[in-house]
Design a protein around this ligand. Sequence first.
Ligand code: AVI
Length: 326
Amino acid sequence: MFEEIDDNLQDDFEVSSTQRDNDFAQALLAGLSKKKKSIPCRFFYDGRGSELFEEITRQPEYYPTRTETAILRACAPEIAQGTPSGAVLIEFGSGSSLKTELLLTALDKLHAYVPIDISHDALAEAKARLSKKFPRIAVRPIAADFSRPVKLDPDLAKRSLLGFFPGSTIGNLEPDAAIDLLKTMRRVLSPEGRLIIGADLRKDEKRLLAAYNDEAGVTAAFNRNVLMHANRALGTHFDPDRFEHSATYDSEHGRIDMHLVSARSQTVRVLGHDIHFKKGERIHTEHSHKYTIEGFQALARKAGWSPDKVWTDPDRLFSVHELRCP
Ligand code: AVI
């Protein structure tokens, strides 16, 4: 499968799986040695974690994915109208590039699509599928960590650039880190680019809590999978059944707080260290920030962007923003 994309796969910042496991080991030990234990949410996404996330998006309570998809379907023609022919679409953390198809269908005069993702497999699959479906658009994947500034090939960099960052992944970052990421994206897309970015909105607490505590228990499995990921990748000895899923809403900060709660007093061997958990002790695993439209635009301005259009659904559950390099 790799051969298909090897020709023009730009691989400047490839992160090997060994590097990723080393990063995981360091972060896990550091996070579990703190008084308030934590595991960074980026470690949710091993192969199984990505599958579970896909399953979350199909749960009736998890409104963000289907709402954003409907918004993108509706606003794609308007986005296309403002995009000159010969432009380049750059997607940050493209994964399976499913929502991208909505834009590619509308952007019929696009020169190239550049998916940026850490996973070679996801890039190869996306390139094969999209090249077939959109033969006039050149698919030029970059295997990289999108939170670092990527350098585009000069033939692409000189064109009109349109960035795409759907999914409200920005909400999983603390506001300062979100500003840093928005600055990095601005550097990639400057001097005249635009960014289309999804941000989940603040809303009725009941609806938010339901989305992160689905009846079928898929979010709970996704949360616990971070421990299985550690067992598989690092040889730790967590028993995930001894940790309970918790997702609460912090209305002061406007964010969902996810934790794993130790169901009993227990000691777990982690990378040569005995880590003790009291009964009821919590491991913080994720924040999912919810924004008001104005709050998100203020954040974007702090990163040097000029907010332009905003699209939302009739129930104002989710927002899609157009940001411009000033
Ligand atoms: C990927 N991200 C935007 C999801 C969210 O809603 O914050 C991750 C997730 N966590 C639990 N459910 C979904």
